[in-house]
Design a protein. Structure first.
Length: 498
């Protein structure tokens, strides 16, 4: 029975119940070939053009483990402070679904390659340790495209198409231990964990971890309990694909489950779908237990026994931890804690870093990526990387400002033009005529006109009231359609009136 009433607010829900969370994050590794065959993993190819007998599960085909994928898995495990297994093996996870041609997934079950680790995250200045249960290797499934319905899901579709290009791409699944933190920060901690994990994966260079492309997918497990009671029944919200949605999905499930329990209903252990447009989850299917998958050791693959010397060599390749890197960059850039948090939450840390490396100021890089670019990206529902402007473009805009060719107002129009697909910053400047008027001849005429039009203001300035200069500068900016160099205009005004 799943009786519900109107959903309580988040504060009302946590006044009675304590949430317990668990995060399962799938990371698509950036290897050139698939997990068990030599097929390409390049994104965007024609459907079913990157397949072979092995990843299609044809009779007689035999898998071979991708060494780079194993190496990536070990590096991820080490970065998460995990123990690395001295001996592990793959298993067959048996279930039928059309996008899995073998009718089983080659994964790891009770013998993962990495286990018992942790990651520390910070929310509002408080550090929380997230326990890592395991990080194991597996292969991705194919992709189903449901056609003819209104939602893109199988319900209501007239038919489905299958693309097996993704089938067999290497995945690492990272599973946390139960996360028990103060109820009021639970959704924020969930977001902070996925954010930190994404930064770590990117720093390791094993994946771009772009959630909007499915390269990193989060399944959020949530259950509620009364204080000091045993864990409640959990639900698993599948494939949440943005940091903001992780926080929203956890918040919604806490409210929904509180409503069900308070109304006398029972939480069903099930998978649920997250709907970005409504901010709600809906029922998917009843969640299987591990025994339902009939795991057994994969007979076609030999066990993996990483040599300790190899593990030590890989340990030496680990980059500085994301938190250490952020602290170093924050100090170098002169950002406040709030400014750095905004950069990280926007997913702009790498973009700001790359823009500064190209020669832009840290403040300028942050201003554009978190300002105009973020606004357009949000309107289009895409990531900052896909908004339509590059690191080189933003760097060039900053250079044009620094050399005096643009002011901030004109620069915004240049960024707007680049985002609209009008070309590079220099092409937009030329096409729109956005050149700053700063030569004394052209600017001097505008200054003289402004003084002549406002003699009373001019007299105030002659009398020592420098605050009145702004009125003349405003008139000059209006006359030049915002293209006057305000600093030079001010100097010319004072030259004439003092």
């Amino acid at each position: 029975m799943t009786v519900t009433t109107a959903l309580p607010s988040f504060d009302e829900a946590i006044a009675t119940y304590e949430p317990v969370m668990g995060m399962e994050v799938h990371v698509e590794l950036g290897t050139a070939t698939k997990m068990f065959c030599g097929c390409s993993t390049a994104f965007g190819a024609e459907p079913n053009s990157q397949t072979c007998p092995t990843c299609l599960g044809l009779p007689g085909s035999l898998p071979v483990v991708n060494k780079i994928a194993v190496e990536s898995a070990i590096r991820i495990g080490l970065a998460l402070n995990c123990s690395i297994a001295e001996w592990c093996r793959f298993a067959r996870k048996n279930y039928f679904y059309p996008d899995m041609p073998k009718n089983f997934q080659t994964s790891q079950y009770d013998e993962p390659i990495a286990f018992d680790g942790y990651m520390d995250v910070t929310v509002d200045g408080v550090e929380y340790r997230i326990g890592i249960e395991r990080a194991h290797m597996e292969e991705d499934t194919g992709k189903s495209l449901h056609v003819g319905g209104a939602t893109g899901r199988i319900h209501g579709a007239s038919h489905s198409l299958l693309d097996y290009n993704r089938s067999g791409i290497p995945l690492i699944e990272i599973v946390t231990k139960p996360i028990e933190v103060p109820a009021e920060v639970a959704p924020a901690v969930a977001r902070a964990y996925v954010t930190e994990l994404r930064e770590l994966i990117r720093a390791l260079g094993v994946s771009e971890a772009r959630m909007e492309l499915g390269q990193m997918r989060c399944d959020a497990n949530v259950s509620l309990r009364l204080p000091d009671a045993p864990f409640g029944t959990r639900t698993e919200t599948k494939n949440v694909n943005s940091l903001r949605s992780v926080e929203r999905a956890v918040t919604y499930e806490i409210r929904r489950q509180a409503a069900v329990i308070s109304s006398g209903g029972t939480i069903v252990q099930e998978t649920r779908h997250w709907h970005e447009d409504t901010g709600e989850t809906t029922s998917g299917r009843v969640k299987e237990e591990a025994e339902d998958y009939r795991y057994f050791p994969e007979p076609d693959l030999v066990p993996i026994a990483p040599a300790r010397e190899w593990v030590d060599e890989l340990r030496a390749t680990l980059p500085e931890p994301p938190a250490v890197r952020r602290a170093r960059l924050q100090e170098a850039w002169g950002f406040t804690d709030l400014e750095m948090r905004d950069v990280v939450n926007a997913g702009a840390l790498s973009l700001v870093f790359d823009t500064v490396a190209e020669g832009a100021s840290a403040g300028g890089a942050k201003k554009w990526w978190l300002g105009e670019v973020a606004r357009v990206a949000n309107e289009r529902g895409v990531s900052l990387e896909d908004a339509g402007i590059s690191v080189a473009d933003v760097t060039r805009v900053e250079a044009l400002i620094a050399e005096g060719s643009l002011n901030d107002k004109l620069a915004r129009q240049v960024v707007e033009g680049v985002l609209a697909g009008e070309g590079t910053p220099d092409e937009v400047v030329a096409a729109r005529g956005l050149v700053l008027v700063n030569d004394d001849a052209a600017l001097g005429a505008a200054v003289d006109d402004a003084i002549a039009a406002q003699p009373d203001v001019a007299e105030k300035i002659r009398g020592g009231n420098l605050g009145a200069v702004g009125a003349l500068i405003g008139a000059i900016m209006k006359a030049t359609k915002g293209q006057a160099d305000a600093k030079r205009a001010r100097a010319l005004i004072l030259e004439r009136l003092q």
